[in-house]
Design a protein around this ligand. Sequence first.
Ligand code: ATP
Ligand code: MG
Length: 237
Amino acid sequence: MEDGEAVVISEVTAGYGRRTVLRGLSARLPRAGVTAVVGPNGSGKSTLLGVLAGTVRPSHGTVRLGVTGRPGYVVQRDAVSDALPITVRETVAMGRWASRGPWRRLTAHDRSIVEECMAALDVAALAGRRLSTLSGGQRQRVLLAQGLAQEPELLLLDEPATGLDVRAEQHIADVLDRAKVRGVTIVHVTHDLAAARRADHCLLLDGGLLVAEGPPGSVLAPSVLERAFAGLHHVLR
Ligand SMILES: Nc1ncnc2c1ncn2[C@@H]1O[C@H](COP(=O)(O)OP(=O)(O)OP(=O)(O)O)[C@@H](O)[C@H]1O
Ligand SMILES: [Mg+2]
């Protein structure tokens, strides 16, 4: 691993049971920067995040993480049960347990981080509400606040802005910019090509293969995107 790199993925093959999803994927992700991961539905983006988070085990290949502590992982929205009987504040506070184990007593420092993160995502007013009583977009912002509260060196975000209104979306973009300034390495799975263009680095997946890797300007060029989203030439400009 070289200076300036936070993650090195080498020849990773991974999937679920006998279903292979990622096939021999290699990539190097910059430290203190945003890597956008784009590609069609089912191309393996969430699986790649699962591999980085350690929840999906590669059957072949290696992932080297040049960061300490567990990655923060904000899962795709439909993967979260809405039946959890916990409040917004408790949900965000769970981010503080990540490195120290569950149900520990929070220190004053922990509590102030929880309040800060709720304020940053504009959910402080919802602090006492049950997660199950929130709208989809509100819940998504709470999950992002939880990821930030963990203060991870590596933050994995699976479509964090999906279903959010334009103001919340802008809010998230600002929060990510600030995290990046603090030196956080962010992997951002998104279908928003405009957001992907603002990233520092970009991976394009299709059918579990890495179709292109590099600066967003080249990876997201219509001629390259066309290879993954065949037939959509006219809308990719
Ligand atoms: N838990 C699972 N068990 C079995 N197969 C799965 C599981 N999760 C995903 N898959 C399969 O793996 C493939 C890649 O799925 P993945 O969720 O990584 O795609 P994605 O790029 O994140 O798609 P989307 O844009 O729809 O979120 C798909 O064919 C999917 O059906
Ligand atoms: Mg996904």
